[in-house]
Design a protein around this ligand. Structure first.
Ligand code: ADP
Ligand code: ASP
Ligand code: MG
Length: 467
């Protein structure tokens, strides 16, 4: 069993001791931890302040104080002093040469998890358990894509089996740094923000774990972000594909890459609450019930409208267009085409990289500050009126690029970013309020197994230019 604890779970002495209670109860397992709550953000600030020649020392001291307090309360003596000395050296280096490469930033960020794992392992030892902090630098291997390393699964799997297998054999509970990995050039690298979930899945897959448990600060996956919609309710079960769609389109509770290794090995993923461990949570498996599940949104999206005068005749135009995105390694989330134009969505930061190239053979317009809203559920497949109800509930909003995923388990559309939260609330009101049962629940129509279904990015197969 793999247990992953997020930042809030590792937030302070009290919550870390709740984490230790849970681990103690579970027995032999592998634990993956995030940095303590807010630490990764503080480390980013630390590195950037050092680079800009600002007062990084006071940020550093805050970080040391925060962790010293936790250590004093939980396991005094188990000091992370050596790690903080090393962090200080790295940051001094950045400040001195006034350079902050992606690689140096990643190195700084890894200290969050390297410190938190040391604290939890020391606490477990204090409670009489055999436990060791393990730096995933020696377990997870990637390319040199700093900021979001791409995992080399062959190399990783054999290191995980060797190293963690040996510890487990000796009855030791490994406390592994989430988010951290080793780049091809031997430097520290990270797996992208929120990447500790992914570390959990990578280890679960390598070890063929019975279950991956993601312990967080909410009771499971809800039918809308419970912070946005307080009436939302927990979903007891989701399919891998539904969870993948939700994660990809913004539900922060799960990192989007987490699901793939779980699908490949068919490892159930359970979302649980560290602060309410009795709750049954959400179980994610390859079974899919025929119902609507949840609505989510992702901000920071740009629409690129591309129009070629000669498009009607120009065979190969689309190929040429997509080649530009592929070469620049830019993910396109939603695509819609008409006879004379193509609209594509990308993350805000990516548009500038491709527009100059696209302008060489087409006229291009960019709309920034958009959000993708996504309604997810296997039930979309069998429903005839979801689109109709969606359209009428959003009549007052400017909605574009409505599309249904090829898997027919999601409907996505674009709205202006500042309207996204209101729109999600309306979608919730339309499909999920006043019901504990989902609207297209058909008894006896459950369990459609699609272990290798498509999640995330896809090309729209139905288009509605404007509502
Ligand atoms: P952790 O630090 O444990 O990794 P995250 O902050 O990354 O936790 O993810 C948990 C948060 O995800 C919740 O506090 C919640 O606000 C947010 N969230 C967004 N959408 C959903 C959803 N559909 N269900 C549950 N939580 C959601
Ligand atoms: N600590 C990292 C972050 O804040 C990774 C994680 O928490 O999953 O992004
Ligand atoms: Mg998270």
């Amino acid at each position: 069993m793999i247990l992953k604890f997020g930042g809030t779970s590792m937030g302070n002495a009290q919550s870390i001791s709740q984490v230790a209670d849970i681990v103690e109860n579970v027995g032999p397992c592998v634990v993956v931890v995030s940095a303590t709550s807010g630490t990764t953000d503080q480390l980013i600030k630390l590195a950037k302040t050092a680079y800009e020649g600002g007062d990084w020392e006071s940020i550093f001291e805050e970080l040391v104080d925060k962790h010293e307090k936790i250590v004093e309360e939980l396991c005094s003596g188990a000091h992370g002093a050596q790690q903080f000395d090393n962090l200080k050296k790295v940051v001094q280096g950045i400040s001195m040469i006034m350079e902050l490469s992606d690689s140096a930033l990643d190195r700084v960020l890894t200290f969050g998890e390297r410190i938190s794992s040391t604290i939890l392992a020391a606490l477990l030892r204090k409670r009489g358990l055999k436990s060791e902090a393990i730096d995933a630098y020696n377990l997870v291997f990637t390319d040199n894509n700093f900021g979001e390393g791409n995992v080399d699964f062959d190399k990783t799997d054999s290191a995980v089996v060797d190293k963690l297998g040996a510890l487990l054999g000796d009855g030791i509970i490994p406390i592994v740094t989430g988010f951290v990995a080793q780049a091809e050039n031997g430097h520290y690298i990270t797996l992208g923000r929120g990447g500790s979930d992914y570390t959990g899945a990578i280890l679960a897959s390598a070890l063929n774990a019975k279950e991956l448990q993601i312990w967080t600060d909410v009771d499971g996956i809800y039918n809308a972000d419970p912070r946005l919609v307080p009436d939302a309710h927990v979903l007891p079960q989701l399919s891998f594909q539904e969870a993948g769609e939700l994660a990809y389109f913004g539900a922060k509770v799960l990192h989007p890459k987490t699901i793939k290794p779980a699908i490949e090995k068919n490892i159930p993923v359970r979302i649980l609450n560290t602060f309410n461990p009795e709750a049954t949570g959400t179980l994610i498996t390859n079974e899919e019930e025929n119902s609507l599940k949840s609505a989510t949104y992702r901000k920071g999206i740009s629409i690129i409208n591309v129009c070629s005068a000669g498009m009607l005749e120009a065979r190969g135009f689309l190929a040429k267009l997509f080649e530009v995105f592929a070469r620049n390694e830019i993910a396109v989330d939603v695509v819609s085409t008409s006879e004379v134009s193509v609209s594509l969505t990308v993350d805000n930061g990516s548009a500038a990289k491709v527009v100059p190239e696209l302008e060489k053979f087409a006229s291009v317009e960019v709309q920034t500050g958009m959000a993708i809203v996504c309604l997810v559920g296997g039930g979309i497949r069998s429903s005839t009126d979801v689109l109709g109800r969606l359209f009428s509930s959003l009549a007052d909003h400017n909605v574009s690029m409505v599309s249904q995923g090829a898997s027919k388990r999601n409907i996505t559309f674009l709205v202006e970013e500042n309207q996204a939260q209101d729109v999600v609330k309306k979608v919730f009101d339309t499909f999920f309020r006043d019901q504990n049962e989902s609207p297209i629940d058909k008894p006896g129509d459950a369990s459609i197994n699609r272990p290798h279904g498509q999640t995330g990015r896809r090309i729209a197969n139905s288009l509605t230019p404007k509502l």
